[in-house]
Design a protein around this ligand. Structure first.
Ligand code: GTP
Ligand code: MG
Length: 338
């Protein structure tokens, strides 16, 4: 299991950490315990960044073969072994699922109406897709959640750190500093705990997910943001003929992100720009390009719409267990507020 750096600041947080995080255990199996893994293979795996079972278990044979320079048959066997040892093979009991659900944490946004809409806040172990037209506030929400994640759990945060994949060069440290001031945390410390990477194309964007896996050994990751999820994919896979490939790639990307959210009990927040349709106000925003697959992979879909006086209306779409509804929020200097 990934070891976790403690960022807890008081005893309450430490108790929470014990419940939430897999604590490293001397008796826990390691990659050396995998069938067919001798010292040489173990070293190859570790060199490629696979030093725990879960990281191996979630790979596909061809990817593992590629990254760790192993044969595909060997990789396949290793993955099977890792799935068994890490106990993520197939079906689990409802009780086990309930146990996992009990570990879900909620991150508050700064706007109470939005938190209520989401049943208490943004949930870990899930992907939240924030979609809406340009300027609707998707990036602002990303910045705000990044800052809030740093807060201790008893203050509505997750007491962890953030990875921010920035595809459009819209991450602004100055904005983070303003929002940090807005909730009374030190801007410099906040910026230290938000790790940003600019993704230059869709392939790079997907590689950065592996980088997060690697870095997570020393960072307690609780929020991963991909802003925007879809822009590179749209720019690179243009036209009908490319649609299927684009959706396949996006689907794989989302699957990998979902795995991270499960492994780290973290939130994945992705943004997706869609055109507003003047003829259908609330019409069918889910029909957006790329929207379909993204929609299926996300657990929460939040549609943002600009409204009068600089306000934004957030609507929860297609939630399996929450009623649909609206929340009115505004973007002010301190960040996102009611
Ligand atoms: P695209 O990425 O273009 O699709 O848009 P987006 O949905 O990411 O929009 P974004 O989150 O960048 O929202 C931009 C809007 O947020 C601006 O038009 C402003 O209204 C508001 N905003 C951004 N920064 C500030 C700020 O410092 N103070 C205030 N009051 N509002 C801000
Ligand atoms: Mg944006």
């Amino acid at each position: 299991m990934a070891s976790k750096k403690k960022t807890a600041t008081n005893k309450d947080d430490i108790d929470e950490e014990v419940i939430v995080v897999d604590v490293e255990d001397e008796n826990e199996p390691t990659i050396e315990d995998l069938p067919g893994v001798g010292p040489a293979t173990a070293e190859k795996l570790r060199e490629a960044g696979f030093d725990d079972l879960l990281a191996v278990a979630v790979m596909s044979p061809s990817e593992l073969a590629d990254q760790a320079e192993l044969g595909e048959a060997v990789s396949s066997k290793i993955i099977q072994g890792a799935k068994k040892l890490a106990n993520i093979g197939g079906f689990v009991s409802g009780t086990a699922l309930l146990d996992r659900r009990k570990q879900v944490q909620k991150l508050r946004s700064g706007a109470q109406s939005l938190d209520e809409l989401l049943g208490g806040g943004f949930e870990t172990q899930s992907i939240c897709e924030v979609f809406g037209e340009f300027g609707s506030g998707k990036t602002q929400i990303g910045h705000q959640l990044a800052v809030n994640t740093l807060l201790p759990v008893d203050q509505g945060g997750l007491g962890g750190e953030v990875f921010y994949i920035d595809t459009e060069d819209t991450f602004r440290p100055e904005r983070i500093a303003q929002m940090a001031n807005g909730i009374g945390i030190d801007p410099n410390e906040a910026l230290e705990r938000i790790h940003v990477a600019r993704a230059y194309n869709s392939a790079h964007q997907m590689l950065l997910v592996d980088e997060i896996k690697r870095m997570s050994k020393s960072v307690d990751v609780k929020l991963i943001i991909v802003d925007s999820l879809t822009s590179h994919f749209r720019a690179e896979y243009v036209g009908r003929g490319m649609l299927a490939t684009r959706q396949q790639k996006l689907n794989r990307h989302l699957k990998e992100l979902k795995q991270l959210s499960d492994i780290f009990n973290a939130i994945v927040l992705v943004t997706n720009q869609v055109m507003s349709k003047p003829d259908a106000m609330w019409g069918d925003p889910t029909k957006a390009i790329g929207g379909h697959i993204v929609g299926h992979a996300s657990t929460f879909r939040l549609y943002l719409r600009k409204s009068k006086g600089g306000r934004r209306v957030a609507r929860l779409i297609d939630s399996p267990n929450l009623p649909e509804g609206d929340a009115v929020i505004s973007v002010v200097e301190d960040g996102i507020r009611d």
